[in-house]
Design a protein around this ligand. Structure first.
Ligand code: ADP
Length: 181
């Protein structure tokens, strides 16, 4: 699924974030930037050790924020390490922190001059965020940024499973119909 907002194409695809030919891919990192499973493991495995070397130098990143490193052997130019919240029921600031992780990723990518960016579904794996809720926050935050800035050519969500793609697609359709707010 693909929509156009100003000069930006917003697309939803099923796939592997490590295979994306975009300026920046976003990692679902932890606040110590210490590496882990899921997307994080795949990015470091495929990108090689230079990414972790840069992460160690940076030292860490608070939840809701994002930092950039090079992308090692990956096709992208940068990896933006975004730290989403661990889901603990939803009333401990998780929505704001998740939104902030997306917004900061876009800001950092823009500061680096990137005009194309790919996101995984941050926090919905090991961090346990329910994907329906997370998809609404992710898409609303990204759409708000695109409408405000009109900077990116491409913002792509790369969903790892068909089920996640279906959820994101339904959420985007609902948001387009004005039902998602
Ligand atoms: P978090 O700790 O933020 O929840 P995870 O990496 O555990 O991060 O999961 C986030 C999402 O990324 C999950 O939906 C998971 O299925 C998905 N995922 C795992 N590997 C990849 C990959 N290579 N490309 C894209 N998405 C992936």
């Amino acid at each position: 699924m693909e929509i156009r907002i100003g000069k930006t194409t917003l697309s939803l695809v099923r796939g592997d974030i490590t295979e994306q030919s975009v300026d920046a891919i976003v990692n679902a990192a932890n606040s110590r930037l210490a590496g882990g499973g899921g997307v994080d493991g795949a990015i470091h495995r495929k990108g090689g050790p230079s990414i972790m070397q840069e992460c160690r130098k940076i030292g860490g990143c608070p939840t809701g924020n994002a930092v950039a490193t090079g992308a090692g052997r990956l096709k992208a130019k940068y990896v933006i390490h975004a730290v989403g919240p661990i889901y603990r029921g939803g009333d401990r600031g998780e929505p704001e922190l998740l939104s902030s992780a997306y917004r900061r990723s876009l800001e950092v990518a823009k500061e680096k001059g990137c005009t194309s960016i790919a996101f995984p579904s941050i926090s919905t794996g090991a961090y346990g965020y329910p994907v329906e809720e997370a998809s609404r926050i992710a898409l609303k935050t990204v759409i708000e940024f695109i409408e405000r800035e009109d900077w990116f050519e491409l913002v792509r969500f790369v969903l790892f499973t068909d089920d996640d793609l279906k959820v994101y697609r339904k959420t985007l359709e609902d948001l387009m119909k004005g039902q998602g707010s």
